[in-house]
Design a protein around this ligand. Structure first.
Ligand code: GAR
Length: 195
């Protein structure tokens, strides 16, 4: 496979972008897959800087462009994505984007859905709720994306313990490790399985 034959991943990220970085590392020298671009809704997202470091095109969009035009869909289409990965992306995905890439958008969520999902349930909010509930385990869910927050079909769940002494930050760190371990291989599997 030459570079132009490679399968393309497009990442959407709103924040730090450590999962995005893991993907960019994992696929940097991959024979068949590359991270073609990273899109963000947040000009302050550290994910944009991480993309620059990996020489991955980083594109910013506004709420208006995302929800009231086809501009973002068209921009993403230019990168011919085989898979779109929401890696810490916090906005609901609009219908035009879902329809342009049916079954090709996945999300990673830092809890065992269907618990601790939905609007506002992201990052430390999730871990705070889990710790406050006194749960003894948490985990990650990688799932397809549909028109509702965190409601698409599951692809993978992995579990980890919640210790009685855990702060939300402790749990966040344990969950991130789990995400970094599993997200790249699941993305690789999904992309390679596509015809
Ligand atoms: C990750 O833990 C991801 O699962 C979570 O945000 C974090 C982003 O970290 N996503 C959600 O909560 C989505 N509802 P990162 O920017 O370092 O990859």
């Amino acid at each position: 496979m030459t570079r132009s034959d490679k399968k393309n991943i497009v990442i959407l990220a709103s924040g730090s972008g450590s999962n995005a970085q893991r993907l960019m590392e994992y696929f940097e020298h991959h024979a068949h897959i590359r991270v073609a671009a990273l899109f963000s809704n947040n000009p302050k997202a550290y994910a944009l800087k991480r993309a620059e470091t990996f020489h991955v095109p980083a594109l910013l969009f506004s709420r208006d462009e995302f929800y009231h035009s086809d501009k973002v869909v068209q921009q993403i289409q230019e990168f011919k994505p085989d898979l779109i990965v929401l890696a810490g992306f916090l906005w609901l995905v609009p219908l035009n984007l879902l329809q342009a890439f049916p079954n090709r958008i996945i999300n990673i969520h830092p809890a065992l859905l269907p618990q601790y999902g939905g609007k506002g349930m992201h990052g430390l909010h999730v871990h705070t709720a889990v710790v406050q509930a006194g749960d003894q385990e948490s985990g990650i869910t990688i799932h397809h994306v549909n028109e509702e927050y965190d409601k698409g079909a599951f692809i993978l769940q992995e579990r980890c313990p919640v210790l009685p002494t855990d702060t939300p930050e402790d749990l966040a760190a344990r969950i991130l490790k789990l995400e970094h371990k599993h997200l790249p291989r699941i993305v690789e599997k999904l992309v390679m399985e596509q015809s």
